[in-house]
Design a protein. Structure first.
Length: 115
């Protein structure tokens, strides 16, 4: 069983930056494709950014140019660098990763952007 543990959330002022991390519970686990999602209060979970096995990244239009998804060389930690944060980015951020034939979700880390 793989667990994904997110960290790095918190309270930040508009215009600020945060870096989220998502680590697999065992260093021997290796992600295939991975992504970040977010869920604001009262809204459905939405896809934010994804990275494929060849390193190609894609972004939702709402975060393009402000967020950067990346992973470490061991492919067991996922990152989301968030800059120029806006109040509309306030949400619980979840990582999602494929490990072998299975897919896993992290428990989420809360990001609050104050105006």
């Amino acid at each position: 069983q793989v667990q994904l543990v997110e960290s790095g959330g918190g309270l930040v002022q508009a215009g600020g930056s945060l870096r989220l991390s998502c680590a697999a519970s065992r260093s021997t686990f290796r992600f295939n494709a991975a992504a970040w999602y977010r869920q604001a209060s009262g809204k459905e979970r939405e896809w934010v950014a994804g990275i494929s096995t060849d390193g190609t990244s894609k972004y939702a239009d709402s975060v393009k140019g402000r967020f950067t998804i990346s992973r470490d060389n061991a492919w067991n930690t996922l990152y989301l660098q968030m800059t120029s944060l806006r109040p509309g980015d306030t949400a619980v951020y979840h990582c999602h990763a494929e490990v072998g034939p299975y897919a896993y979700w992290g428990q989420g880390t809360k990001v609050t952007v104050s105006s």
